[in-house]
Design a binder for this molecule. Structure first.
Ligand code: HEM
Ligand code: HEM
Length: 471
């Protein structure tokens, strides 16, 4: 039995699920996007396992071209990013958006069709990558037809969100709806631009111009897509779990606009070691530090909302995931500005330090919030209690411990690599030193993968056997 009454929403009590075809039913699209996210998390982490095995035993998959590191790493990164995190966050947003606007989603069939296109894009993109078809630009590797499918899906979600906004009954726009609509509308423009979709064959410009384009996109896919979606979900859940009003509406809106102001143009901090114009590097470093403003507004606002009521966050498993997600956000965004400095990057760039940052950011911050949001929203959209609270807790611990392992091991490994290179050692000499660290990372990865599979089981069992809420 679930202990926290807030975990089982009052308004779903005794409320029959509407009749009609599956894709027309209220919240059917949220269910599809959430289930899709859970399944892709398991598949994407398996591809991570394939990549991690390579770094311990490079010949393990010898002669199996589609499992080679160069391919499977791309499958891992794109699958966890789009298939898992983006999809699960959108699933939560499709439930939360109509709730905060006191209306129904504009069109359930449209959102379900969008899920079809989105998942077809991920499947096609992944098959292409495994077959060796890639556009070779990080986070933009999917081939053109997959890009087209993803953009069509995102346009459909954007139309749905904007029309839901237009038809709202609640005039006050709660900050979550700003973040959701903003994230999807920005991405509809940013994705084709960053993927250079006007050059379908290569998906790239040439030379250094392309590097600038790529990192404009590569940075914003995190800053203007997954970050605002995750922040919007946390803004919805914090007051509900704390049972208290949001600390400050004004702060929430300052945070929204300052994210747009500072995040959009700091992608060049990925290119501090590259021959791009110096003014671009300087702007990117200064505004990387300015990013502390929007981040602080979010964290202060949410933690102040929970002040004196943190106990509630520890007894409710989805709230625990959410709270820990915000703590990772704080760590990521203290580490981020520091590693944008040239003097720090001299040691940390091009090595496992950055991979550590990437995992605590994408899994720790947005992934934890996606999972917390999903478990919170599931009873509302299925009319059933989550199958097992115990399994959520097991998943939470597996992923948390695995991620802590990643963070510590990869940070140390990165510092060793960076220091060695700075002292003139060749990459060839440092590689053998990495073996114990890569083995430890593999162990942490196995915990995360187990957590992902526990999650899929729990979600699917919720659909099949979750206890109906006051039928
Ligand atoms: C204040 C906020 C942040 C700042 C200033 C920041 C800064 C940076 C910098 C400078 C790098 C490049 C490091 C290098 O290549 O040497 C980087 C990498 C990265 N960041 Fe952040 N970060 C921030 C927050 C985030 C967030 C919230 C996410 C995800 C939601 C994120 C995801 C990533 C990823 C995935 C990479 C790896 C990129 C690659 O593949 O090379 N960061 N970050
Ligand atoms: C859902 C959870 C996960 C997320 C969101 C995630 C995300 C990412 C991201 C964004 C990168 C690119 C990093 C960069 O280029 O700086 C990456 C790379 C990688 N991840 Fe994951 N990951 C997850 C789980 C795992 C697991 C479970 C494993 C291992 C079993 C793993 C192993 C790797 C490896 C080996 C790389 C390539 C690192 C390299 O090139 O040196 N990841 N992951």
């Amino acid at each position: 039995m679930l202990r926290d009454p807030l975990f089982v929403p009052k308004h779903t009590k005794g409320r029959p699920m509407p009749e009609g075809r599956f894709w027309e039913k209220e919240y059917s699209s949220a269910r599809v996007w959430l289930a899709g996210g859970a399944v892709w998390m398991a598949i994407g982490t398996l591809a991570g396992l394939g990549s991690a095995i390579h770094l311990v035993a490079p010949d393990f998959f010898a002669n199996i071209p589609w499992l080679e590191f160069g391919r499977i790493r791309q499958v891992h990164v794109n699958t966890v990013l789009f298939g898992f995190v983006v999809q699960m966050l959108i699933g939560c947003a499709l439930y939360i958006m109509p709730r905060v606007l006191a209306t129904k989603l504009f069109s359930e069939p449209l959102a379900n069709l969008a899920a079809l296109f989105f998942n077809a894009g991920v499947v096609l993109g992944d098959i292409g990558l495994m077959a060796g078809y890639t556009q070779g630009r990080e986070y933009a590797e999917y081939i053109f037809p997959a890009d087209v499918l993803l953009v069509i899906a995102l346009v459909m979600v954007a139309v749905n969100m904007v029309m839901t906004l237009v038809r709202r009954n609640e005039q006050l726009l709660y900050v979550s709806s700003w973040y959701f609509a903003g994230a999807i509308v920005w991405t509809v423009f940013m994705y084709p631009l960053g993927n250079v979709m006007w050059h379908p064959a290569t998906g790239a410009e040439t030379g250094i111009t392309d590097a600038i384009f790529l990192w404009f996109y590569g940075h914003n896919v995190f800053g203007l897509l997954v970050t605002p979606l995750a922040v919007g979900i946390a803004y919805y859940m914090f007051p509900r779990i704390a049972g208290a009003p949001l600390y400050s509406q004004a702060l929430s809106i300052i945070g929204f606009w300052s994210l747009l102001l500072f995040y959009t143009h700091i992608g060049a901090h990925h290119l501090i070691q590259a021959p791009i114009p110096t003014w671009l590097k300087t702007v990117s470093i200064i505004d990387s530090f300015a990013m502390m403003l929007p981040v602080a507004t979010v964290l202060v606002n949410q933690w102040y909302t929970a002040r004196g009521r943190f106990g509630r966050f520890l007894t409710n498993p989805s709230a625990k995931l959410m709270l820990v997600g915000t703590i990772w956000y704080a760590i990521v965004c203290i580490q981020g500005p520091l590693q944008s400095l040239a003097v720090v990057q001299r040691v940390t760039h091009f090595n496992n330090w950055v991979v550590g940052h990437a995992h605590i950011a994408v899994l720790g911050f947005t992934g934890f919030i996606a999972l917390g949001g999903m478990y919170y929203v599931l009873p509302y959209v299925t009319g059933r209690r989550v199958y097992s609270e115990k399994l959520i807790n097991i998943q939470y611990w597996l992923i948390l411990l695995g991620l802590l392992d990643f963070f510590i091991v990869l940070t140390i490994a990165g510092l060793i690599q960076g220091q060695d290179w700075l002292n003139g050692a060749t990459v060839y000499r440092t590689v053998p030193q990495m073996k114990p660290y890569m083995t430890l990372r593999l162990a942490g990865g196995l915990m995360i993968i187990t957590g992902a599979f526990v999650g899929v089981y729990n979600v699917l069992m919720t659909f099949r056997k979750g206890e109906p809420i006051n039928p």
